[in-house]
Write a protein that binds this ligand. Structure first.
Ligand code: ZN
Length: 76
């Protein structure tokens, strides 16, 4: 799996919607790529922070926008 593909799949991974084979490839890339390991940590931290906000300040698309911003930030 490439870093680009990893980044594309992060949201699905966090949502638990990856199929088994893809999740294995995802975990495999995570184990061998420090950059993506750190990237996933940042995403998790951001999602946790958002989750502590009151519901009304976190419309569903806010999280998606944040994740998209991370994705764009990560791109070369
Ligand atoms: Zn990577």
């Amino acid at each position: 799996m490439s870093c680009d593909e990893f980044v594309e799949l992060v949201t699905a991974y966090l949502d638990g919607t990856l199929d088994e084979a893809t999740e294995r490839r995802f975990a495999g890339h995570l184990a061998e790529c420090d950059g993506c390991d750190r990237y996933l940590d940042q995403i998790r931290h951001a999602v946790r922070t958002l989750a502590t906000l009151p519901d009304q300040s976190l419309p569903a698309q806010a999280r998606d926008r944040l994740l998209a911003a991370f994705r764009d930030f990560q791109r070369p």
